[in-house]
Write a protein that binds this ligand. Structure first.
Ligand SMILES: NC(=O)c1ccc[n+]([C@@H]2O[C@H](COP(=O)([O-])OP(=O)(O)OC[C@H]3O[C@@H](n4cnc5c(N)ncnc54)[C@H](OP(=O)(O)O)[C@@H]3O)[C@@H](O)[C@H]2O)c1
Length: 365
């Protein structure tokens, strides 16, 4: 028997960050018989890497609260994006040795598809996306052109989010100015580089000086530390903006509204500034009236909205751009599934002054 460590969702998170051991617990006791565990027409996968992402915080909420995504079940194994390799298979089209990327259980080995923990989507309001439906898909890694860890960053959800939102909403043109909030995040990293590839002027914010230098290395023209300079003062000096990529909300969004040109395009991607704040304490916008007065095109979106339109293009274009050295990505490698819960908390904490998309290495190939 082989040890099969995992992360269990123990308790819903109210305001604030999840606490390791209280909300997410590492359990090292389960075992699995890798040679004989029944596959029931599915396949057995070994987890190689896991990708802590902000949407996991949203899934830790009380399930009675509405959201864009389904909530986790207390007592179940946490699910999230990961890269796995197939060890055994009874599934047509899935072969031993295949690499697959998508939503998986956060454990060392899984009989796929994992179904016990599937949420009952009929409990959720229309428009709520069943995150667990993003099943594992085969991925190529031609000639080892890029490291597998890119599947948790630029080739994974953060890169995909930046790509589809940029193509679908921003549609940047040479000479235009874009503001990217949380520009050093996995998503922001992609958006800055795409904007520069189109010849846009990029203003970008992050919460530390190290991140400011990182954004500069990606090509940002006006990278700044929002903890030292206000969004408003930087945009007053370097705007007005034709486009805004928002990962943050709150003051960043308010300032962007104040310094937007007429008909500016706003891609509302995330609300990091208020994700861990109780509702009654959340920042309230002061400049919402400008949305109409400036005819601002403000689009809230989630990635699945654009997949049918842009997924094929992403799979074609992004690996090519990486291969040509036109797109960079920085990953922060965290060794061991026993450290995955802390990696989720660190990822959510803006005071965590380390650059790079966190990637938990569970096993080497
Ligand atoms: N719409 C979609 O389909 C979709 C898909 C994926 C991700 N997202 C969203 O996109 C955003 C970026 O995701 P990611 O995976 O790239 O994130 P990430 O790499 O984990 O980075 C998140 C960053 O948010 C920033 N942050 C946290 N608290 C903040 C605060 N109070 N004010 C300002 N910034 C704060 C932190 O950077 P600083 O140190 O600079 O503060 C943190 O590093 C998130 O909001 C996420 O929810 C949306």
């Amino acid at each position: 028997m082989t040890s099969n460590p995992r992360l269990i969702f123990k308790k819903c998170v109210g305001g604030g960050l999840p606490v390791v051991g209280e909300h997410i617990k590492f359990d090292n006791t389960p075992k699995i018989d890798l040679d004989n565990v029944p596959l029931k027409g599915g396949f057995l996968s070994k987890t190689l890497l896991l990708s802590p992402e902000p949407s996991m915080r949203e899934r830790m909420r009380d399930p009675s609260l509405p959201s864009y995504t389904t909530a986790y079940n207390v007592g179940e194994i946490i699910t999230g994006f990961g890269l796995v390799v197939v060890l055994r298979s009874e599934r047509e089209g899935v072969k031993v040795g295949d690499y697959m990327y998508g939503i998986t259980t956060w454990e060392a080995y899984t009989v796929q598809p994992y179904v016990e923990g599937r949420v009952d989507v009929t409990k959720y309001p229309p428009g709520t996306f069943d995150m667990d439906s993003l099943a594992l898909q085969p991925v190529p890694n031609p000639n080892g052109m890029y490291p597998l860890s890119h599947y948790a960053s630029i080739l994974g959800t953060p890169g995909l989010t930046g790509y589809v939102g940029f193509q679908g909403i921003i549609q940047g043109k040479e000479g235009e100015t874009i503001f990217v909030s949380s520009g050093a995040s996995g998503v922001g990293n992609m958006v800055i580089q795409l904007a520069k590839s189109k010849g846009m002027k990029v203003i970008a914010s992050a919460g530390s000086d190290i991140k400011v230098e990182y954004m500069r290395s990606l090509g940002a023209d006006v990278p700044f530390n929002y903890k030292k300079e206000s969004y408003d003062s930087v945009l007053a000096k370097n705007g007005p903006i034709h486009a805004f990529w928002d990962n943050v909300g709150a003051e960043a969004l308010d300032a962007a509204l104040a310094h937007a040109r007429n008909y500016a395009r706003f891609a509302i991607c995330g609300t990091a500034a208020t994700d861990n704040v109780p509702n009654e304490e959340r920042y309230r916008l002061k400049n919402a009236h400008l949305i109409m007065k400036k005819c601002i095109k403000l689009y809230g979106f989630i990635v699945p909205d654009f997949l049918p339109q842009f997924m094929g293009q992403f799979l074609q274009e992004v690996p090519t751009m990486i291969g040509q050295g036109k797109l960079k990505s920085k990953e922060l490698l965290v060794e061991g599934i026993e450290n995955a819960a802390q990696a989720i908390v660190d990822m959510l904490n803006s005071g965590h002054d380390v650059i790079g998309k966190p990637v938990v290495i569970v096993a080497k190939e």
